[in-house]
Write a protein that binds this ligand. Structure first.
Ligand SMILES: [Zn+2]
Length: 476
């Protein structure tokens, strides 16, 4: 077995920072050693089999865990442009060592067969470890039974429902309640896309009829109130179902955050994530760019106006743990042939932004900007996602026995994001073109194997293994 010593660095965990060395043996962390202990034990002696990675002046953190990605997702007549191979390689470049993607069941489809289709796409193709949530697009007796089966047998302990997209993934309140009751029995978490899709569809039709077809109308027809309303409704349904764990995905609006904060204050098992796009990008500066440019930033929930206080509130929510997790909702589409499907009709633009490569960088910039502590960066991007979705302490922490998923982070270097700079996702543009980050992914280790080092990818498709997840370890 190969052993590796990551030495001289500062180890950052959700619970603090320490100077020390991390000893990796095979695929797992063997020990955390105090400075000098490795040489006292002879681990670094000449002739020993230990490879050394010098992390002097750098941070040593758990590998990133991105619990919201959509590789190869069929959407709006096309398919998300990253395969499990290209998307997980880009993730590795960004210091991410685990993704949880979404298997999709549509109404009328068999849940277990749909999961099989996602396993077929991912197996043997991932550069880092991966798990699945299951989307239930059609709640009925069969899919309810399948939910229990997946929890008990397949390591899938979270199910996503949609209050948006009528006719596609939409579940009505009765279906949502039934799925929540089912989750309450099996211990699963319900993930919710919380936007009032019925009302949104009316606004979209009215906008198109007026000739308001540019990309910016995507946001103007999905008002923050309808995210807040749906979030509240999901919270009440989860309460009625018996305080069933509820996790609101991709939160973008202050109105929704207030609902989650209030439910948490009352002791309900309600959690939420946001994504970098909602912390940094806006309706005015991105989605409303002239012509069709704004299509790059069409995603749901939408980017919000910078003239209200959504950005500041979401950062505050992250500090206060009203928002527990940062994920990306990575769902990349190229402009050419994909986003272009919506020229002249914003509602036909495939919804999604690619970001799996940049989450660690963008949230670290929040640390530099004084929004978050180093520990909170690690907690929201690595540790809590692992705990929330039943992968801890195998993932999300550097501790003896944990998988050796480790990132060495260089705070003294910089990263420039852009198609001609750092950009490994399979996209013809970057949502973060020109962003300068005060820090850099230096080295990435996935289960003991160095997959990225010296600005070179050393991993391989097929290294990544399926992670069977347990129940959430984050409940109150
Ligand atoms: Zn999504």
């Amino acid at each position: 077995m190969t052993r590796t010593l990551i030495t001289n660095g500062t180890i950052i965990g959700a619970d603090g920072r320490t100077a020390g060395d991390v000893l990796v043996d095979g695929e797992t962390v063997a020990a955390i050693l105090a400075p000098g202990q490795a040489s006292a034990l002879g681990i670094t002696a000449a002739g020993s089999d230990v490879r050394t990675i010098d992390a002097a002046g750098k941070y040593v953190i758990p590998g990133g865990v991105d619990v919201h990605t959509h590789m190869q997702l069929p959407f709006g007549g096309t398919e998300a442009s990253d395969t499990f191979e290209t998307g997980t390689i880009a993730a590795a470049w960004g210091g991410v060592t685990t993704i949880v993607d979404f298997a999709v069941q549509k109404a009328g489809e068999d849940v277990i067969e749909s999961l099989g289709a996602w396993h077929d796409k991912a197996a043997g193709n991932c550069a880092i470890d991966y798990g699945f949530h299951q989307i239930i697009g059609g709640v009925d007796e069969n899919s309810l039974k399948a939910m229990t089966y997946l929890v008990d047998n397949e390591g899938i302990t979270s199910f996503k429902l949609f209050m948006a997209y009528p006719g596609v993934f939409y579940a009505d309140d009765g279906q949502i309640l039934r799925a929540m009751q089912n989750a309450g029995e099996s211990g699963a978490v319900i993930m919710m896309h919380a936007e009032n899709g019925i009302a949104i569809d009316v606004l979209v039709a009215q906008s198109l009829a007026r000739g308001d077809t540019d990309p910016r109308f995507h946001s103007l027809t999905r008002p923050a109130e309808l995210e807040g309303e749906a979030t509240n409704r999901a919270i009440q349904l989860a309460k009625v179902a018996g305080n069933v764990p509820l996790y609101i995905v991709h939160m973008s609006a202050s109105e929704a955050l207030e609902e989650v904060a209030e439910a948490r204050h009352k002791g309900q098992n309600v959690f939420a994530e946001t994504c970098p796009q909602y912390l940094y990008l806006s309706l005015e500066d991105h989605l409303a760019q002239p012509g069709f440019e704004g299509a790059k930033w069409v995603c749901s929930t939408p980017l919000r106006t910078k003239h209200e206080h959504h950005h500041a509130d979401l950062w505050k929510g992250l500090r206060m743990n009203e928002l527990a997790v940062v994920s990306t909702d990575h769902c990349p589409f190229c402009m050419k042939d994909q986003k272009e499907l919506g020229v002249g009709n914003f509602s036909a633009i495939p919804n999604g932004i690619g970001g799996v490569e940049h989450r660690m960088e963008l949230i670290y910039q929040g640390v530099v900007n004084g929004e978050l502590s180093l520990e909170r960066w690690v907690e929201t991007c690595c540790t809590t996602p692992a705990r929330m979705f039943g992968m801890y302490p195998k993932k999300g922490v550097i501790a003896p026995g944990a998988d050796a998923d480790i990132v060495v982070w260089d705070p003294n270097s910089t990263t420039r994001i852009g198609v001609n700079d750092k950009h490994h996702m399979n996209m013809d543009h970057s949502a973060y073109e020109g962003f300068e980050i005060d820090g850099k992914v230096d080295t990435v280790m996935s289960r003991g194997a160095v997959v990225m080092e010296n600005d070179t990818f050393h991993g391989r498709a097929g290294h990544g293994q399926y992670v069977k997840r347990g129940l959430s370890q984050y409940l109150v």
